[in-house]
Design a protein around this ligand. Structure first.
Ligand code: FAD
Length: 341
C-alpha cells in the first residue's frame, strides 16, 4: 500500500497537536490539516491555556489523569528548553481559593502539578473573603503563540495545511484513507452530535505586568491568569449560548470580580474582550468509526468535545487519537495485502 493519506479536520489545539502526534508516531503517513479557520480565529486562541484540569463526568478519572500527566510532562519539557518563549509555555505559581473547605481537599491532579499544598494562614490573609486555599505551580500556554509553534512544527515535517470548510466527512473519502475529526464545537453540525453543546466563555485580556501569580476561585468562575505579555481575567460559563458577541455588562462584572480578588488590577490597561464557545460533552469523543456508502468505506477517528479543559489534556488525547489512527492504518494494510493474495 502507498503511504497512507490522513486528513485532520480542525486547526485548534486539538487538531494541530493530533496532526503532530500522527506524524511523529507514523512518519510514513502523508498528513494534511483542513480547517475553515486557523489561529488567531479559533476557540483555542481565546482560551487562557492554564493547565488545571476540568473534570469530564463520563470519562474514568484514571484516564483523565493520564491525559493530564502526558500533557504536563510534554509542556514541562518545552518550558525547560530554548523553545519556551517562542512556544509561549511557562511555569506559573499561585492560589486556588474557596469560601468554604471543599469536600475533595486533594483533587486528582494534585500530584501532577508542582508543590501542591494547603495555603498557609499568612497567605490566606490576602483573601479575606475566603477560608481555605491551595497553592501550587502549574504550566500556562499563551495560546496564539503555542498554536503558531505547533503549525511551524507541522510545516517543518511536510504537513500540508489548507483552508477548507468540510460539510460532510464523507466528501473526503476519495482523497484520504483516514479522516480525524477535531472540529471542536463545529462537530455539532459536521457529524450532527446532539450530545455536544457550547458553553460560552467571555474573558478580558489586559496589560498588568505586575501581576505574577495566578488566582482562581474554586468554582472556576473567577480567575486571574498571568501570561507572558497579557493577563487573562475571567470569566463566564453560559451553557447552550451560541453568541460570540461580547456583552459589556459581563465585561464590567468580570473586571469587578477580579479586582475584588486582586485590587491592583484597577490599574490594568488596554482591555481586550474575547468570547469563545467551549465544545462541551459528558466525555471527550475519542473513538474510531467506519463510515460506509455503497460498499465503500472511510475510516474516521473522532477527537473532540474537550469542553473547558482542552489545553490541559490536549497532548494525552492527541496521543490516544494517533494510536487509533495507527489501528486504522494496520487495518487498511491488512485488507490491501489480503486483496493481493
Ligand atoms: P477549536 O479551537 O474550536 O478548533 C476547532 C477547529 O475546527 C477550528 O480550526 C475550526 O475552524 C475547525 N472546524 C470546525 N468545523 C469545521 C468544518 N466543518 N470544516 C473545517 N474545519 C472546521 N482549556 C484549558 O485547558 N485551560 C484553560 O485555561 C482554558 N480556558 C478557556 C477559556 C475560555 C474563555 C474558553 C472559551 C475556553 C477555555 N479552555 C481552556 C478550553 C479550550 O479552549 C478548549 O477545550 C479547546 O480550545 C478546544 O480545542 P479544539 O481544537 O477542540 O477546538
Amino acid at each position: 500500500m502507498a503511504a497512507p493519506k490522513v486528513a485532520v479536520v480542525g486547526a485548534g489545539v486539538i487538531g494541530l497537536s493530533t496532526a503532530l502526534c500522527i506524524v511523529e508516531t507514523y512518519p510514513s503517513c502523508s498528513v494534511t490539516v483542513l480547517s475553515d479557520q486557523f489561529s488567531p480565529n479559533t476557540t483555542s486562541d481565546v482560551a487562557a491555556g492554564m493547565l488545571i484540569p476540568h473534570t469530564y463526568p463520563g470519562t474514568p478519572i484514571h484516564t483523565q489523569k493520564q491525559w493530564f500527566k502526558e500533557t504536563f510532562t510534554y509542556l514541562f519539557a518545552i518550558s525547560n528548553s530554548a523553545e519556551a518563549s517562542e512556544a509561549g509555555i511557562h511555569l506559573v505559581s499561585g492560589w486556588q481559593v474557596f469560601k468554604n473547605t471543599p469536600k475533595e481537599e486533594l483533587p486528582f491532579w494534585s500530584d501532577v502539578v508542582l508543590g501542591f499544598r494547603p495555603m498557609s494562614e499568612a497567605e490566606l490573609q490576602k483573601f479575606p473573603q475566603h477560608q481555605f486555599g491551595q497553592a501550587f505551580t502549574t504550566l500556562k500556554c499563551d495560546c496564539p503563540p503555542y498554536l503558531l509553534w505547533l503549525e511551524k512544527r507541522l510545516k517543518a515535517t511536510g504537513v500540508q495545511m489548507y483552508t477548507r470548510k468540510v460539510a460532510d466527512l464523507w466528501e473526503l473519502h476519495s482523497e484520504y484513507n483516514v479522516v480525524v475529526n477535531c472540529a471542536g464545537i463545529g462537530a455539532h453540525q459536521l457529524v450532527g452530535d446532539e450530545k455536544l453543546f457550547p458553553v460560552r466563555g467571555q474573558v478580558l485580556k489586559v496589560h498588568a505586568p505586575w501581576v505574577k501569580n495566578f488566582i482562581r476561585v474554586g468554582d472556576g468562575l473567577t480567575y486571574i491568569y498571568p501570561g507572558i505579555h497579557r493577563v487573562t481575567l475571567g470569566g463566564t460559563r453560559e451553557r447552550e449560548s451560541w453568541s460570540l458577541s461580547p456583552d459589556p455588562g459581563t465585561t464590567k462584572d468580570i473586571f469587578d470580580r477580579c479586582c475584588s480578588l486582586e485590587p491592583s488590577l484597577r490599574g490594568a490597561q488596554d482591555i481586550e474582550v474575547k468570547v469563545g464557545l467551549r465544545p462541551s460533552r459528558q466525555c471527550v469523543r475519542l473513538q474510531k468509526e467506519v463510515l460506509s456508502q455503497g460498499g465503500v468505506k472511510l475510516l474516521v477517528v473522532h477527537n473532540y468535545g474537550h469542553g473547558a479543559g482542552g489545553f490541559s489534556v490536549h497532548r494525552g488525547t492527541a496521543k490516544e487519537a494517533a494510536h487509533l489512527v495507527g489501528e486504522c492504518i494496520a487495518a487498511l494494510q491488512g485488507s490491501s495485502s489480503r486483496a493481493k493474495l
